[in-house]
Design a protein. Sequence first.
Length: 152
Amino acid sequence: MKVWNWSSIEKPWMGLVAVLAILIFVFSPRFTASHPFSSSLSGLATLQHLSRTAIDYDLALSNGKPTLVEFYATWCQTCQHMAPILQHLEAEYGDHINLVLLDIDDPQWSDLTQDYQIRGVPTFLVLNSNHEVTRVLSGSVPLQRFRQYLQE
């Protein structure tokens, strides 16, 4: 009769469970939104998703809500890093603000890029309900700072 050595079976499974737990934690939205070393691939995927689901610029200006506009580029690592933070803001304020993402490499936004004098990415504009720029932010912006300006 063969006797099973359970300890030899448990060790590989425990290692696999530990690795899976770490991966789930590292790639969870709460973790990636608050840590600067989040995966650039997940940031790029989030940025691309946000750009597809964000409200159209002209529609944003016509609905009377305050608007957060991001001028970004897909190749920009800081833009990718900021994507989970914007996703969090969209979830938190989505009914009260417009989130607009404009890719500076898309020729249709070149006039707006010049009008707003965008010199680097990411650049964020906070527009009030009258379409007036109330804040201009650039680079990596903490979630708290966005909250502060969006609540003004």
